[in-house]
Structures are given as structure tokens and as C-alpha cells.
Write a protein that binds this ligand. Structure first.
Ligand SMILES: N[C@@H](CCC(=O)N[C@@H](CS)C(=O)NCC(=O)O)C(=O)O
Length: 205
């Protein structure tokens, strides 16, 4: 059995969270290396693209969270075998990556500058991506993004919807998802109450 080590920030969210859940769903042991932002400052120069998550497989480092989602998702039975459904799954995960790319531009700002940037984000890219993801969910049949069952795409979108509902980003109204795409709120509840997700968080207690 290969040895897996996943390095990411020390919170239950972000780009590593769907991978952690998928590892647990697959019943595969992995080292869940959780680092502080200060630790990251020390190690970032040693990472391939100056970012995390990094997955080490028998000591060999791999980057790119969506690639990791697919890899672990396949082992967990949480990635479609059908090519078209796999495409749908990838599209939703890619959309989340793009959204994070826009959101991250507002990180590190403060005061009025932060407020203005977040308001622009809310009216612009965030609205575009929430509505687009809602369309993808509808295309998938309304309950899941692909394959009419939970896949890593659902885990990835759920993690970000939850972050918005929890008000993680200052100046982003917590009701934005409900207002623009109530289906995504229902989706988050569906994924949160999936036995796979419940079992993962129970294992964290
Ligand atoms: N495309 C990469 C993006 C990774 C990424 O940007 N990670 C963030 C944390 S979620 C990071 O390490 N950022 C470091 C920085 O911007 O300084 C992936 O999907 O893994």
C-alpha cells in the first residue's frame, strides 16, 4: 500500500477538504499534515508552484487539487467512469478553481479597500459563478453535478458553498447563495447529510 501525505492549512475547508473526505471514503490511510500560515511561509519556496495542497505519494510530491480530487475520487468510487459524466464532474471542479482564483485577489486587502474589492466580487465574479454552478447542478438533474450521485465535484462545491453560508469572507452577504441559487443551498444540505460526509466528520471528533 502506498504511503500518502497531504499537506494543507489547518482548517476544515479549502482545496484539501474534498481530498481528505475522499481519502476517508476510500478507507485509505493518509497523513493529514495541517500547517499554519507561518509554517507555509517557511515551506512555500520548497513547493513546486509555491502553493498547497501538496500530496506526497511514497515521497513523490504532486500538486493541483483537482488532479488530486480525481485521483483519490477514483479510488473512493466518487468519480464517474462514464466520459461525459466525468467531464461534467471536472467542469464543476474547474469552475470552483476559477472562482477561488478571483476571490483570492481580495485577500490581504484591508479596510475600505477590502470592502470595495469584496463588493465588486459579489456583484461580479461571485454572482457569475454561483449562477453558473446552479446551471451545472440543474443540468445534472438538480441533486448532484454528475452521474446522478455524489462525486468529488459535489464535495468540492459543497465545501465552498458552506464557506459562503458560514460568512467566511467579510463583506460577502451570507444570503448570497440563497438569493441567487437556492438549489445550491439544498445541494449543500444534501452533501452535508450524506453518510460519507457524516462519517468523515465523525472521524475528526
Ligand atoms: N491550482 C492550484 C492552486 C493552489 C493554491 O493557490 N493554493 C493556495 C491555498 S488554497 C495557496 O497555496 N496559495 C499560496 C499563495 O497564494 O501564496 C491547486 O488547485 O492546487
Amino acid at each position: 500500500m502506498a504511503k500518502y501525505k497531504l499537506t494543507y492549512f489547518d482548517f476544515d475547508g479549502g482545496r484539501a477538504e474534498p481530498i481528505r473526505i475522499a481519502f476517508h471514503a476510500a478507507g485509505i490511510e493518509f497523513e493529514d499534515e495541517r500547517i499554519s500560515f507561518a509554517d507555509f511561509g517557511q515551506m512555500r519556496g520548497g513547493t513546486r508552484f509555491s502553493c498547497v495542497p501538496v500530496l506526497e505519494i511514497d515521497g513523490t510530491a504532486v500538486t493541483q487539487s483537482n488532479a488530486m480530487c480525481r485521483f483519490v475520487g477514483k479510488m473512493a468510487g466518487l468519480y464517474p467512469e462514464d466520459a461525459l459524466q466525468a467531464l461534467y464532474c471536472d467542469e464543476a471542479m474547474g469552475a470552483i478553481e476559477d472562482l477561488l482564483h478571483h476571490a483570492v485577489q481580495t485577500f490581504g486587502l484591508e479596510g475600505e479597500e477590502l470592502k470595495a474589492a469584496r463588493e465588486k466580487l459579489v456583484d461580479g465574479w461571485l454572482s457569475i459563478y454561483i449562477k453558473g454552478l446552479d446551471e451545472l447542478l440543474t443540468r445534472g438533474g438538480g441533486d448532484y453535478f454528475a452521474d446522478k450521485r455524489m462525486t468529488v465535484a459535489d464535495l468540492k462545491v459543497y465545501v465552498q458553498t458552506k464557506s459562503l453560508l458560514d460568512g467566511t469572507l467579510d463583506h460577502v452577504p451570507t444570503d448570497i447563495v440563497e438569493r441567487l441559487a437556492p438549489g445550491l443551498v439544498g445541494h449543500a444540505k444534501r452533501i452535508e447529510s450524506d453518510p460519507i460526509v457524516i462519517a468523515y466528520y465523525a472521524s475528526r471528533k
